[in-house]
Design a binder for this molecule. Structure first.
Ligand code: ARG
Ligand code: ZN
Length: 878
């Protein structure tokens, strides 16, 4: 790697902009290779800025074609223009207008930032700093302006022209051309700017907001796919209604448009009034989308919509405050999904994601605070920590102050900061004012990287009838830092169910641990209880407490907190897998006697509850993933040993439950409705049916193959078809290859469905997988330039196939490194994202670790690496 030190931007260096821009009139003449942009900015000195400062507008790879100030061309000595900046040396000390003309090539734009073309459709992505690829600007979120956008294009090429805000006028613009003008009355930062031009189909409907505004909502998709846009459209309507009920937030424009494009670096983008989406999170039909896809579409539609308040009306002062909009909006979309679906099931899913993605990030070389203090490349900070841990902080805040005070604090936050670019301090101040509480201790959650560990010991005194719980907290690697404020939702459980016991330190079921160590005492406790701790996962910590399997089974059977019931089963399974990993006994020697009690408990559980809550039952049957086990063990990881251990336990469970699984599988298949429904209840039944299929297969491959082949052939929806294909994919042989073939030809024209097919093959835990993936890279449907394809094949491999990615011969690392180097030349953001898969390399055992170091070294030696990749690489190796 070129050894120049990366330029770091520091939070403490923040100072207000020297200039403000009140209005932006932007005129965009779309052309595949020569798009012209004429931008007129109403500028004025910022009273809070430095007097007499030069005006420095940001650019990136821009060429200046024309410049006037208040209508007159500027003397060439009065300004300087480079691809990265336009500087006016001595601008007037009064309001003035700057007219800037630039020209860009949207077709050559493979970075997918700024203005680019996706399958011929012109679209934009300006967060975090893409607007500067379009025109020179003060591209920082605390500069907020009212935008008027005029878009002009060939009528044939782009019959649809969309911008931010409300449509104002449209009409012909010379032979074969037309234009549209959009006006957004709400001041916004440049990162929320968007436009779209192209040939698109549309579904739409009217909704009326709580304050009586008629809003036309619409979803635009690739021609011919309108029938797959209805689910997203209805999800918009549900999101709007929910934000009114849950947070009192109404929509504030006459139209709300969502556009699906097929080349997109992230999930979606909340541009004001014009959300642009990765089509993966819009298009759905029973034949092409799984239940997980439906849920993801609903969640992401909601997420982007909710940004209209948490992000757009109240935006971020600077990019260090990213969690202010992202953590908060994730929290809001989680609450929405919980209300639309099963709260307990949804919470378990959130925590699984947090532990799978955020905990390892926080434990590895890419760890950073939820509010980072410095960055070299901001696009590398759209992380699980900022998003998911950021959401957990908001959730803890609500737990601490209670739902009513939380809602009042949110109202105050929106009221006090509407139209402003705010900070984390502004957010916390709203709640501090509302409740009269000092939240300065709580604020440490934003500053401290790392996952805290809470150690707990319990002691029952039979004669005093008391139960004492001792708590200690520590932050690994930062043992001396002041304590965090940790809300612990808890209760006691006995052999017949929850125990009512008194403890004055527990208020509303929550004890707040805000010291390094503390203890609490419950009185009137007759039997020795089992503590149910961190109910609903009330804080993002690791819990250390010695509980026996018997005690855990008490929780599984009798706790009234669903999350902890699931956690109890997971903890037992984890112990059993870790033990087998460490012993690494050959399969034949493992009689599974230590798993007997667990299998019996699962069997009782299934008899009593499987059919009343199938979604929950499916989660209880699911073992921790190989990645979860690696994170639990933490050092000297041998992925093969983990894989064998997990497979052995699955086989025991499958064999032990065999009769019940077969009966359940049959019963659930019978219950399947004739007409597909994407609702949570139907999805839950499918989830359980597929969980049983998977365990039957683990017990008996022949029987599993037979059931899976039948299900694959008869499936009437993508969830069942894909589950059958996944089951078959880990059994080498004819049946697998035939099913893969059949699937590929059936969906030959469906890129998003082929992504699932790429992903399933990337997951095969066999030595031939590397060769298979290299071959798939040449498949006509694959393209290194499309982020969805790359993530499906290479991303799935690197993040979810640990035995092959971390092979001891280094072939897995090399495969991914080759892809990263290729992609870095066209799309640095995507390449950098792929590279984060190496974030846990230090956990591996010696040989694999050496291979990882060698591969990272080879990437580092590549000439001309992007800043994005260089930044991740430097931090990964540090
Ligand atoms: N604000 C978008 C979202 O919520 C993410 C956009 C990030 N884009 C980027 N290039 N870093 O979800
Ligand atoms: Zn977001």
């Amino acid at each position: 790697m070129r050894t120049e030190t990366p330029i770091l931007i520091h939070l403490e260096d923040y100072r207000p902009s020297d200039y403000l821009i009140d209005t932006v009139d932007i005129d965009v003449r779309l052309h595949p290779r020569e798009t012209r942009i004429i931008s007129t900015l109403a500028l004025r000195p910022n009273p809070a800025g430095r007097p007499h400062a030069p005006l420095v507008l940001d650019g990136d790879e821009l060429a200046l074609l024309g410049l006037t100030l208040d209508g007159s061309p500027l003397d060439s000595a009065a300004y300087s223009a480079t691809p990265a900046a336009l500087t006016v040396h001595e601008p007037p000390r009064r309001p003035f207008a700057l007219r800037i003309e630039t020209r860009i090539d949207p077709t050559a734009n493979t970075k997918l930032m700024g203005l680019y073309r996706s399958s011929g459709v012109y679209c934009t992505q300006c967060e975090a700093d893409g607007f500067r690829w379009i025109t020179y600007f003060l591209d920082r979120p605390d500069v907020m302006s009212v935008y008027t956008t005029r878009i002009e294009a060939e009528e044939d090429e782009a019959p649809i022209l969309l911008g931010n805000g409300n449509p104002k006028e449209s009409g012909p613009a010379g032979p074969g051309r037309h234009y549209a003008v959009w006006h957004d009355p709400h001041p916004k930062p440049a990162y929320l700017f968007a436009l779209v031009g192209g040939r698109l189909d549309r579904v739409s409907r009217e909704v009326t907001t709580m304050d009586g505004r008629a809003v036309s909502i619409a979803v635009y998709v690739e021609p011919g796919k309108a029938d797959r846009a209805d689910y997203a459209l209805e999800a918009i309507a549900r999101s709007m209604r929910w934000d009114e009920t849950a947070f009192g937030r109404a929509y504030d424009l006459d139209v709300f448009n969502v556009v699906a494009v097929s080349d997109f670096n992230m999930g979606a983008m909340e541009n004001k009034g014009l959300n642009i989406f990765n089509d993966k999170y819009v298009l759905a039909s029973p034949d092409t989308a799984t239940d997980a896809d439906y849920a993801a579409i609903e969640r992401i539609i909601a997420h982007e919509y909710f940004h209209n308040w948490s992000g757009n009306r109240v935006t971020c002062r600077d990019w260090f405050q990213l969690c202010l909009k992202e953590g908060l909006t994730v929290f809001r979309d989680q609450e929405f999904s919980s209300d639309m679906r099963s709260r307990a099931v949804h919470r378990i899913g959130e925590v699984r994601t947090l532990r799978a993605r955020q905990f390892p990030e926080d434990a590895g070389p890419l760890a950073h605070p939820v509010r980072p203090r410095a960055y070299a490349e901001i696009n590398n900070f759209y992380t699980a920590t900022v998003y998911e841990k950021g959401a957990e902080i908001v959730r803890m805040l609500r737990t601490l102050i209670g739902a009513a005070a939380f809602r009042a604090g949110m109202d105050r936050y929106f009221a006090d900061n509407d139209g402003r670019a705010a900070t984390v301090e502004d957010f916390l101040a709203a709640f501090a004012t509302e409740t009269g509480r000092d939240l300065s201790g709580f604020a440490r959650w934003y500053e401290r990287p790392g996952t805290p560990v809470v150690t707990i010991e319990g002691h029952h005194d039979a004669s005093a009838r008391t139960y004492r719980l001792r708590f200690r907290q520590r932050l690994p690697g930062a043992e001396d830092s002041p304590p965090l404020v940790i809300p612990i939702a808890l209760g006691l459980v006995g052999g017949r169910g929850p125990i009512a016991a008194a403890c004055e330190r527990v208020v509303g079921g929550v004890f707040v641990l805000d010291r390094p160590a503390d203890e609490i005492v419950f009185t009137d406790v007759d039997e020795r209880p089992v503590p149910s701790l961190f109910r609903e996962f009330s804080a993002p910590v690791r819990v250390e407490m010695v509980l026996s399997d018997t005690e855990r089974l008490t929780l599984l059977a009798h706790d009234n907190d669903s999350f902890n019931r699931w956690q109890a089963a997971q903890s037992i399974a984890m112990r059993l897998i870790v033990q087998r990993t460490k012993a690494d006994a050959p399969l034949a020697e493992d009689a599974g006697s230590d798993a007997q009690a667990f299998v019996e408990a699962l069997s009782t559980f299934l008899d009593a509850e499987a059919l009343s809550d199938p979604a929950f039952a499916a989660l209880v049957l699911g073992l921790p993933s190989e990645g979860d086990v690696a994170n639990e063990i933490g050092v000297d990881i041998d992925p093969d040993a983990i894989h064998r251990a997990r497979r052995t336990l699955r086989r025991h469970i499958g064999r032990g439950l065999r009769k019940r699984l077969e009966a359940l599988h049959a019963a659930l298949a019978d219950q399947a409705e004739a007409a597909f429904s994407s609702d949570a209840a139907s999805a839950g039944r499918r989830a359980l049916q597929n969980a049983t299929l998977d365990l039957i297969k683990a017990a008996d491959e022949e029987r599993g193959t037979e059931l899976a082949v039948a299900q694959f052939t008869d499936a009437t929806n993508m969830t069942d078809r894909l589950a059958a294909l996944s089951a078959l994919a880990t059994i080498p042989g004819e049946a697998r290859e035939a099913a893969l073939q059949a699937f590929a030809s059936r969906y030959a024209d469906e890129p998003l469905v082929l992504d699932k097919w790429f992903g399933i093959q990337a997951l095969i835990p066999e030595n031939d997988t590397i060769a298979r993936i290299r071959e798939l890279q040449d498949h006509p449907a694959f393209a290194m330039t499309n982020p969805n394809r790359v993530r499906a094949l290479i991303g799935t491999f690197s993040t979810a196939n640990p035995t092959q990615f971390a092979r001891s011969d280094g072939a897995g690392f090399k495969l991914v490194a080759d892809a990263i180097r290729t992609i870095d030349g066209t799309n640095p953001q995507l390449a950098a994202r792929l590279l984060t898969a190496f974030g846990s390399w230090r956990m591996l055992e010696f040989e694999r670790r050496s291979q990882a170091t060698a591969t990272l070294g080879e990437i580092a030696a590549t000439p001309g690496l992007s800043r994005d990749v260089a930044d991740i690489l430097t931090r990964t190796l540090a």
